[in-house]
Design a protein around this ligand. Structure first.
Ligand code: GTP
Ligand code: IMP
Ligand code: MG
Length: 335
């Protein structure tokens, strides 16, 4: 398994950050690289009691031995990036930003805040991503290579990845958002500003389809969504509370809407992403008696039945099962 791509199967916030953090600590890749839109995403990793909330730096940062890259298709807000590097004490020598990564400037954020369409109708994170991507399509956006302050971080991300791949060293490609927030495959217009399925995430970092070994699609044990747009089977807030499914957005702090696991959406996500493996998160939230369980044999019967049903219906092995917030609260069925 050289190149592993991790993407979201629903509407984002499936727990990709914790899956990537675990894979990095366990598989010790040479590189962890972020694809996806940009700092509209918030990934969370909890390691040794410390919580890392990441909007730019790849979640592999918890494994000290890997290089942390941001691909040319990803947007960078330098303030957010430098703030994270400082907060989590990440050395400059570990971080690389592709010279062609697009730059979010305050004008993009201001434009989004002024847009009633984005703030009220779509429920955008207002982090400037949509406006920056729109400038990129107009070919007026500034790129990372144009910024003096990024000089020390600039690199050729595809080249770094190819060098690792050619010598058989592992690469983890971290996607953001989720399949149904894709500009093409999601619930348009209630979507983000780019495609975010596996092939787009690969394109964001410069990997062609034949260089990919595994695609892990991450599903949460129930479905959540922040912002506007359809959510089949959406539960009223009192019911979400009763079930213990209450969550708040990492970037915006908004309450996440919730619905039960949706098998037909999951089937579509499997196909759209060419999934070879499934990661299931928050099994401990759906079935509290499994909190912190790290062995298959110790899962409760109803939890095992749920996992096996997902596997049977989707025809793809569930290899990673998460049972808590800590990065090692996981059952790894890959070997
Ligand atoms: P986006 O790219 O923004 O979509 O984010 P994400 O997929 O990385 O997920 P995010 O970190 O926004 O939300 C997941 C939340 O669930 C975080 O607070 C994690 O710490 C937490 N989490 C992840 N896996 C589990 C799990 O198995 N059990 C529990 N209880 N919490 C988990
Ligand atoms: P934007 O990409 O910030 O413009 O937001 C567009 C839509 O995608 C809104 O509904 C956001 O809530 C949603 N969205 C964007 N990024 C994420 C994410 O990382 N997790 C969950 N939802 C997101
Ligand atoms: Mg998130």
């Amino acid at each position: 398994m050289v190149v592993v791509v991790v993407v979201g199967g629903f509407f984002g916030d499936e727990g990709k950050g914790s899956v990537v953090g675990y894979l990095a600590l366990r598989d010790r890749p040479e590189i962890c690289v972020r694809g996806g839109v940009g700092p509209n995403a918030g990934h969370t990793v909890v390691y040794r009691g410390k919580e890392y909330r990441l909007r730019q730096i790849p979640s592999g940062l918890v494994y000290k031995g890997c290089r942390l890259l941001i691909g040319p298709g990803v947007l960078v807000n330098p303030h957010v990036l430098f703030d994270e590097m400082k907060r989590y004490d990440v050395r400059k020598s570990r971080v690389g930003v592709d010279r062609h990564a697009g730059i979010i400037e305050s004008i993009h954020i201001e434009r989004e805040k002024k847009s009633k369409h984005l703030s009220e109708t779509i429920g955008s994170t207002l982090s400037g991503c949509g406006e920056a991507n729109s400038d990129r399509a107009r070919r007026t956006l500034r790129l990372a290579r144009d910024l003096e302050e990024l000089r020390e971080l600039i690199t050729d991300v595809p080249q770094e990845i190819w060098a690792a791949v050619d010598s058989g060293r592992r690469v983890i490609v971290e996607g953001t958002q989720g399949t149904f927030l894709s500009l093409y495959h999601g619930t348009y217009p209630y979507v983000t500003s780019k495609d975010v399925c596996a092939s787009a995430i690969c394109s964001d970092v410069g990997i062609g389809p034949k260089d990919v070994d595994e695609v892990i699609v991450v599903f949460k044990a129930y479905v959540t969504r922040v912002g506007a747009g359809p959510l089949e089977g959406e539960l009223p807030p009192e019911e979400v509370k009763k079930r213990g499914w209450v969550e708040y957005g990492t970037v915006t702090g908004r309450l996440r809407r919730a619905a039960p696991f949706n098998m037909s959406l999951a089937k579509r996500a499997i196909r759209l992403n060419s999934a070879t493996q499934i990661a299931l998160t928050k099994i401990d939230v759906l079935f509290p008696e499994n909190s912190g369980v790290r062995e298959w044999g110790r899962l409760s019967r109803r939890a095992k039945e749920f996992v096996l049903e997902v596997e049977r219906e989707l025809g793809v092995p569930v290899t990673i099962i998460r049972t808590g917030r800590e990065v090692f609260d996981v059952i790894d069925r890959r070997r």
